[in-house]
Write a protein of this length. Sequence first.
Length: 133
Amino acid sequence: APPAVPAAPAPPKAAAGLNPQMAGGFPSIPGTGWDLMSLQKRGEAPSTPKSFAQSFSFCKTGRWSITRYGLAAGQMGTYTVQGDHLVMINSLNNEVFGNFAMSWHGADKTLHLDDGKWIWILQLVSLNACGEH
């Protein structure tokens, strides 16, 4: 089963002028913030994008966190980007939260993360997610 995610109204779309720095065909992840738009089982038809009021922040320090409805969700850890792979480690249990193959869809500014079983579709919403400069 996918991770439990509460439903909520769709957030406003990312600003049209929000363009990430690119690194090898993918957005440079450090410092960015993303809203989870869809979570679907691999091989299933794409669902209508929804917001689960769940947001991912990737700090320049190599830390990541999830917030729901703007509140800390208790999931956080460290991340590394290696080519087209994003690996996220959960600091609460030191286990792999996700080992994702990334694909960038520039037209709608979404990043698709595929762990072989689930596809997470994240939409870019911030270029300064952790307040770092």
